[in-house]
Write a protein that binds this ligand. Structure first.
Ligand SMILES: [Zn+2]
Ligand SMILES: [Zn+2]
Ligand SMILES: [Zn+2]
Length: 941
């Protein structure tokens, strides 16, 4: 019997539940999907959301009166209505039009805007300030031809608009390009667009602009990151103060000034500079300007990275910005497969390298410690700018001291062995001598990029193509999507399908084990909490008992490998956990199973010489070259011996390419979390001679993280599991969930698993005794907490935060703690790194209970919480805006992950007006309303 070709209905089903990024949507490429670029999910811009038809969104404010004493201060802008304490969320559009002479809303209040000498750097000519356009500007009467705008130095590099009041210069020395404050065809203004894409953050206004040549900076600390800057009106006359959100808005000294810090408003609103700062070009100006699409903007920004002087005309040149060949469902042969995937892996590797190597930090403060292995450990904060850099244990960093009067220059590389909750990095240094432990300040840190994982993927694809024995013929054709004769593996099936040391299997788990043992290729879908790890361990147990040699067990992440290794080991099988050399100093919950631990603790007199040398090496830091040689040979032999005697070897997918396994063959391979691995990553463990493969995962949860958008668009973000499902391989679904309170599993089951998820726990088992949290309906531990605060772009320019929502997260956390929940039971999750960092800071500053309690609470991104659970989850949705949509909250898989982490209860904070425009969120809101049969929009506190 031949494998059925996929029916279009099956494929459509998959798209509905797993929801691949829509390639057409990404081609249309709204510029600002870029703000969330660490996952492929960002291509889900809700189609009918952005309102792009109105070029000019805010009208210029009325001219502000300037007093003669204000020569060093800024005139106060009219406050947008939403800056008022009692104001509802009103769009910026309602700012009074230029012709209006109505007073600013606040001037009628007693706290009227006021003078205090403030922002420096303002020319004395401010008295002549006028928001009127200079005569002739923008009318074309000046004889200026807009089509040739690029000849004027300060013309917008995108569209050519050059009205001095409407443009600003990027102040990054290597850039210095000018951009206007119009949106054109994109959802953000050109200047903001450029800053986000180029990752530039400083801006200077034009000398002929109303405010004169001014670099925007914080009045208090001089910080120039425009994404951090906002303004407040001082309580004297006509003056505004620019202050940064972190730290100055929270500096106590400033609280004593006569300023109302609660009125702080970001300078960038709705992805546009406030119009009193940089005017929005008139509709007429915009119509006459060059029309540039988001896609062209992407491309020209890409070009500027290598050629800063490139023009839009250069985009037309051949060879510029070729899109890579996309992945397909079926491949002729493994060479075609390699030809498609190799360039994608190369793109991702180049992007990863570029991004990591640009992360150097100076002025780093270090504290020193010494590890148990007597190695030097440096602790320091290596701030991650945004989602992009995910430092993980095992990463290599270089610590440098450039030298000074007291100490000569020094440097050493080391491996990250730990990341503390306080965002501190612990780096174990390779050097043991000459470490400047007497110094603490003035260090620099660079990322040392390693190509290992990418090289191994490329290597696996090559092996797949050239080595006929790399995989069985059946699997070769199956993976390439060819139609192959259906095969059954004739094994004597075990009498019972459970395994010693594991919990009893339920019916769907038994069926899964049974079916897997008879097939050369199987997919197991494990929805949240359905006992995927136990089932996998039972499968591995029975495979190992079949006597076909060692079983290889992999997963893309170290955490998943550790969990599975532990479960398999509890069946009594001999398990070796192979770790990357760079991670040997990283503590692991299965330390005793690791190869490096077993090598050190092998109790065998023959090994005594190796142990002697090891001891010497530990004490002296190094060995003589002949001893080192001898030591290495002995160690290799010992490693080999331990690996060979194992029943099961566990490692990451990339770890399967470790040279220490190069002479091993594995007929049976199980890959857990395979839906989070790229295809070439999955291939690494498979090309070691596989005849039977089990892929475990859930394509209704988040897929692999691809940093390079081009590679993601071309399909690198699709896992092998998913492609096989589309090809018609039916995954075996585990159906009983043991995690969530039944009322929490209902919505995910209906929405993502066709209602098939059954509950293995009862409401009673999820009733926490002694906790009196004020749930709106006591036996339904969930609710939606309505938020109306607005989102802001975070300091990195590439993420978001929402301050009011963060404040309410703290209130909910405090309520949980007061009601008897302990910190380790609570998880705060949010899709945005900007919000994650802000919540951590906010709780430590403003939490009303003991600080330590808040420190112990895990605040993490939704993506990093995949695979994990907490008793109580607080989900902060962040997005709240008039025009920008909900970005990667649009990805149904992210919503699925977010909703399925909690065991006992969940609180969702979000703006229902914005969220409900997306159908899935709309049904979630409806679900909450119906389930709670109370007004969902009630506030809790
Ligand atoms: Zn720039
Ligand atoms: Zn422009
Ligand atoms: Zn500041």
């Amino acid at each position: 019997m031949a494998t059925q070709p996929p029916s279009s209905a099956a494929a459509a089903d998959l798209y509905e539940t797993a929801s691949q990024p829509d390639p057409s949507a990404s081609a249309a490429g709204d510029a600002y999907t870029f703000l969330e670029f660490n996952t492929q999910g960002d291509d889900f811009e809700y189609p009918d959301f952005p309102e792009l038809s109105q070029p000019a969104r805010s009208a210029p404010p009325p001219p502000a009166p300037v007093t003669s004493s204000a020569s060093s201060s800024w005139p106060a802008p009219p406050l947008p209505p939403d800056a008022l304490p009692d104001a509802d969320l009103a769009p910026q559009d309602s700012t009074p039009p230029a012709s209006s002479s109505s007073p600013s809303p606040r001037s009628s209040a007693s706290k009227s805007r006021a003078a205090a000498a403030v922002a420096d750097g303002l020319a004395a000519g401010v008295a002549a300030l006028s928001f009127e356009e200079p005569p002739g500007a923008g009318t074309g009467d000046d004889g200026y031809d807009y089509g040739k705008g690029d000849f004027v130095e300060h013309a917008c590099r995108y569209c050519g608009i050059h009205n001095p009041a409407c443009v600003a210069r990027c102040n990054v020395p290597s850039c210095r390009k000018w951009f206007c404050n119009s949106r054109g065809n994109t959802s953000g203004s050109h200047i903001v667009n450029h800053l986000v894409r180029a990752k530039h953050k400083e801006v200077c206004l034009h000398k002929d602009s109303p405010l004169g040549e001014t670099i925007l900076e914080c009045y208090n600390c001089g910080c120039r990151n425009v994404f951090l800057l906002g303004f407040i009106s001082a309580k004297a006359e006509n003056v505004v103060v620019l202050l940064c959100r972190e730290p100055c808005l929270n500096v106590n000294a400033l609280k004593d000034m006569n300023w109302d810090l609660s009125q702080w408003t970001p300078l960038i609103d709705d992805r546009c500079f406030l119009s009193w700062l940089v005017k929005v070009p008139s509709e007429q100006e915009q119509l006459r300007a060059r029309q540039i699409s988001a896609q062209q903007i992407n491309k020209v920004e890409e070009l500027w990275k290598t050629n800063p002087d490139a023009s839009l005309e250069d985009l037309e040149k051949p060879g510029v910005d070729n899109e890579p060949q996309p992945v397909v469902l079926k491949y002729e042969d493994a060479y075609q497969y390699q030809n498609v995937f190799a360039p994608l892996i190369k793109l991702e590797a180049d992007y990863d390298k570029m991004m990591k190597e640009s992360q150097s930090k100076d002025s780093v403060t270090v504290r020193w410690d010494i590890g148990l292995n007597k190695k030097r450990v440096a602790y320091f904060v290596f701030p991650k700018e945004d989602n992009e850099l995910r430092l993980v244990p095992g990463d290599e960093l270089r610590l440098r001291y450039s030298g000074g009067t007291s100490h000569p220059a020094w440097q050493s590389v080391g491996h990250v062995i730990k990341l503390t909750a306080q965002e501190e990095v612990a780096l174990e240094l390779r050097a043991s001598q000459g470490v400047p432990v007497e110094l603490n300040n003035g260090f620099s840190v660079d990322f040392v990029w390693k190509s290992t994982s990418f090289d191994r993927m490329q290597g696996a694809m090559k092996t797949f193509a050239v080595d006929e024995t790399s995989v069985s013929g059946y699997i070769y054709h199956h993976l390439l999507g060819h139609e192959v004769e259906h095969q059954i593996i004739r094994n004597t099936l075990p009498r019972r399908f459970g395994a010693p040391g594991l919990p009893e299997l339920n019916a769907s788990q038994v069926l899964a084990v049974k079916s897997v043992l008879q097939k050369p290729v199987s997919l197991i879908q494990g929805p949240p909490g359905t006992g995927k790890t136990v089932t996998s361990a039972a499968i591995v147990y029975h495979m190992a008992k079949q006597g076909q040699g060692q079983v290889l067990v992999c997963a893309p992440s170290n955490v998943a490998v550790d969990q599975l290794a532990e479960k398999i080991s509890s069946t009594g099988l001999k398990v070796v956990r192979l770790c990357a050399k760079s991670r040997e100093a990283v503590s692991s919950p299965v330390e005793h199973l690791t190869l490096h631990y077993q090598v050190r603790h092998l109790d065998n007199s023959e090994k005594s010489e190796m142990h002697k040398l090891q001891q010497l090496k530990d004490e002296q830091g190094e060995l003589s070259s002949s001893d080192e040689k001898k030591y290495k040979a002995l160690k290799r032999a010992t490693e080999r011996e331990i690996l060979q005697s194992a029943d099961v070897i566990c490692c990451t997918c990339v770890g399967a390419g470790d040279p220490r396994l190069s002479n091993f063959r594995f007929r049976q391979v199980l890959i857990d979390e395979s839906t989070q691995a790229t295809e070439p990553e999955c291939l690494i463990p498979l090309v070691l001679g596989v005849k039977q493969v089990v892929l475990v995962g859930d394509h209704c949860q988040l897929g692999p993280v691809i940093m390079c958008k081009k590679a993601a668009r071309a399909g690198l973000a699709q896992s092998l599991f998913e492609r096989l499902v589309i090809l018609g391989v039916k995954p075996f679904r585990l159906q009983v969930q043991y995690r969530m309170h039944p009322c929490l599993s209902e919505f995910p089951s209906n929405c993502f698993y066709e209602g098939t998820l059954q509950n293995g726990v009862t409401a009673n088992e999820r009733q926490s005794s002694g906790i009196d949290f004020p749930w709106p309906v006591p036996n339904r531990p969930m609710f939606f907490y309505v938020q109306m605060g607005v989102e802001e772009i975070s300091a990195s320019g590439t993420s978001y935060l929402n301050r009011t929502e963060a404040a309410n997260v703290e209130k909910i956390v405090t309520t949980f703690l007061r009601s008897g929940v302990v910190p380790s039971q609570i998880g705060v999750i949010t899709p945005y790194e900007g919000q994650r960092a802000y919540i951590v800071n906010y709780m430590s500053r403003n939490g009303s209970l003991r600080q330590q309690l808040y420190k112990e609470i895990e605040v993490a991104s939704v993506d990093s919480f995949q695979g994990r659970e907490k008793d109580y989850i607080i989900l902060s949705c962040v997005r709240s805006n008039e025009h920008q949509g909900i970005g990667f909250l649009n990805d149904p898989r992210r919503l699925n992950v977010a909703l399925t982490r909690a065991r006992y209860g969940i609180v969702v904070l979000g703006n229902p007006k914005v969220l409900s425009k997306q159908p899935l969120w709309n049904s979630l809101l409806t679900h909450y309303k119906v389930q709670l049969s109370v007004d969902t929009y009630q506030c809790l506190l």
